[in-house]
Design a protein around this ligand. Structure first.
Ligand SMILES: [Zn+2]
Length: 400
């Protein structure tokens, strides 16, 4: 085993190269210790160590070919618990996934508990939704848990201000996020130096350690967003995320923030927009300079009978599909669309068959991942404005 200390100072945890630009949109390659990821990239969300409703073989298949998925620190920490995942040799081994993993910090999940949590300078106290026990999450605890999970990209522990928060409240929250980012970085560096990371692998040109991303907060207040970006860049991270969007604010506010912040983020680092959004949001955010996305929409909506298609959303419960033998999306090359009809999928859904969720989830993920493939190709060939225009027009045609 190589000396981790010498390694850590010699080479970075990840490498990011922008290879083509079209306006603010960028296409590039993000190389993690588990291999290269073409950007812009959509990352399916695997909350409890599973991307709900889909097997890992399907995620790896040519149909989907997901290069990186998410894991949720909060959920995995509460259940099955860190001891079990450590014993398995980290999250990759526990779930049987060799490709890259990004873990969130738990900050957002704790925040969404609302009144059930208590925040102070040290961290956040809350009751576990699993067994009601009193738990405490802080920057140090989050870093420790993410090291034990051994994810390839770690997120700092942050505090999210609600979309409608006043300037004063948002400023207080944003400053706290800044102090927590510093503590996250310090704890993270110590954990890397003491080999607490269970996911360590030798990777050519990289130090094999975890990468750490900072998060820009500040709700819809642009001056606070700029301050948050400055203080985050000053600390210095392997990548930068925009957090606290898609939490109930108007869509126009979301794009105002992205317009203002994304182009000011370090050009040589990956930019990650957390928890966003619809296929249209993805394309529009790429146009504003974002490289990475995650969202539960394709999986969650798949389970409730909603399909995303090139011509907008399609509700499979609708009786108009009862005798419709066309595929979900006539433009989609996925295995579900090649084999099954709307009529069959509707029948499965109405009968409460679990296959309905599985097939809809598969198609939805294929649609999101395919959309990003199209985005990447069009940026590389200089056709992104046309791709964006055609994509939006087709969606708005809403030809269910
Ligand atoms: Zn399909």
């Amino acid at each position: 085993m190589m000396s981790s200390k010498a390694n850590l100072t010699d080479s970075p945890a990840l490498h990011f190269e922008v290879e083509a630009r079209d306006g603010e949109a960028r296409a590039g390659v993000l190389t993690t210790r588990r291999g290269p990821i073409e950007t812009p990239v959509f990352m399916p969300v695997g909350t409890a160590g599973t991307v709900k409703g889909i097997r890992f073989e399907a995620l790896e298949s040519d149909d989907l070919n997901a290069q990186i998925i998410l894991g949720n620190t909060y959920h995995l920490w509460l259940r099955p618990g860190i001891d079990i995942i450590k014993e398995a040799g980290g999250l990759h081994r526990f779930i049987g996934w060799d490709r890259a993993l990004l873990t969130d910090s738990g900050g957002f999940q704790v925040w969404s508990l609302g009144a059930l949590r208590k925040i102070n300078e040290e961290g956040t106290e809350f009751r576990s939704h699993v067994d009601g026990s009193l738990r405490f999450l802080s920057p140090e605890v989050s870093m420790e848990v993410q090291a034990a999970l051994g994810s390839d990209i770690v997120m700092v522990f942050d505090e999210c201000a609600p979309g409608e928060a006043s300037h004063e409240d948002t400023e207080r929250s944003m400053q706290l996020t800044g102090r927590w980012a510093r503590r996250s970085k310090m704890a993270f560096d110590q954990l890397q130096a003491t080999a607490a990371d269970t996911g360590r692998v030798d990777a050519e040109g990289l130090n094999g350690a975890q990468a750490l991303f900072g998060i820009v907060q500040g709700a819809g207040h642009l001056d606070l967003r700029r301050q948050s970006l400055d203080q985050t860049v000053e600390i210095g991270f392997d990548g930068y995320a925009i957090g606290g969007l898609s939490v109930g604010e108007e869509k126009s506010v979301m794009f105002e923030v992205i317009d203002e912040i994304a182009p000011k983020m370090p050009k040589e680092s990956p930019r990650y927009l957390m928890g966003v959004g619809t296929p249209e949001d993805l394309v529009e955010s790429v146009a504003r300079g974002v490289d990475m996305f995650d969202c539960v929409l394709p999986t969650r909506n798949g389970r409730t009978g909603q399909a995303f298609t090139a011509r907008g959303k399609l509700n499979i419960k609708n009786s108009r599909w009862a005798k419709d033998n066309r595929p979900l999306d006539e433009l989609c090359p996925c295995s579900v669309c090649r084999r099954h009809s709307r009529a069959y999928l509707r029948h499965l859904y109405m009968s409460g068959e679990m296959l309905a969720s599985i097939l809809l989830t598969h198609h939805n993920l294929a649609f999101f991942l395919d959309t990003m493939r199209g985005v990447r190709q069009s940026i590389r060939s200089g056709d992104f404005p046309k791709f964006r225009r055609d994509f939006t027009e087709r969606l708005r045609a809403n030809g269910e």
